[in-house]
Design a binder for this molecule. Sequence first.
Ligand SMILES: *[C@@H]1O[C@H](CO)[C@@H](O)[C@H](O)[C@H]1NC(C)=O
Length: 353
Amino acid sequence: MAYIHISWVLIATTQILLSVITQVGAKIPAIIVFGDSSVDAGNNNQIPTVARSNFQPYGRDFSGGKATGRFSNGRIPTDFISEALGIKPTIPAYLDPAYHISDFATGVTFASAATGYDNATSDVLSVIPLWKQLEYYKEYQQKLKAYLGDPAASERISESLYMMSLGTNDFLENYYAIPGRSSRYTIDQYQDFLVGIARNFIKELYGLGARKISLGGLPPMGCLPLERTTNFMGGNECLDSYNTVALQFNDKLKGLTIGLNKELPGIRLVFSNPYYIFMQIIRRPSMYGFSASSVACCATGMFEMGYACNRNNMFTCSDANKYVFWDSFHPTEKTNHIISDYMVKKVLFQFLS
Ligand SMILES: *[C@@H]1O[C@H](CO)[C@@H](O)[C@H](O)[C@H]1NC(C)=O
């Protein structure tokens, strides 16, 4: 009798221990990404658009010096976040034929440079609209089910971390750049229009099984070197009006996350706000080891990106680690690394428990 009793205690204890270990070691099995050039790892290489970067000097500090289509000299934020969460050092692009479902099962990006929330934004340079990224995600779910089997795939779908990073292009490439939206909407109305699209997108994602979602905010977009260049009347300072719009839009996105967390049972939706850390880096570059934050490394650093940023330009800097910006619109790998580590420490760590 005594023996039986002890073995029951042992079994019970072991089970408790195992569940404690599983919880402590609770891991995010995959990161699934939607968005624009901030998180595109090469999807645009596979579609006919000029919004691409699969040529040197892009990628010159990436593994093997490879220009993958990431808009930086090296890795982008979701790569660093994936690594920090113990998954893998890079997240591949869904349309890249070099990768398969075995790779995508632990992380994939559907992002497309130059896209936005608004269909009219993705139309400007014929890139992948957000709704189409969700269609690709549905296709991915089918492949994942075939690969892992239904129960394991369902578990992975609900345990994965979903990241959304877009919105800058809706303002800079669309609203303020071409007529159309600005004649129909005030800037405040346009922001609400975009937030409505974000809301529907998150609800659809939730309906498909996603539970852990990070909604990314806008950077201080008035401080991008390209915007400073257009502000020559203002001494090439940051464009305050654009920064104000970014702050207003971020407030609305934050409000959206609060509302949806109440509305959708079991969802864990966080707002990942890069604005203040990014602004701090721009205002105090030397604190982070940078020497320049108002002009970019590539070419003259004032307006070049994509095809205008090419290997033949003799002005391109030799050490990108001294620059906050790689081209006139995108951060260097080092900036991406600092902001990603900050995001993991301040916001995303909560998904590990
Ligand atoms: C964007 O386009 C898709 C496909 O045509 C459509 O289903 C969707 O409603 C559009 N989104 C908005 C906000 O108009």
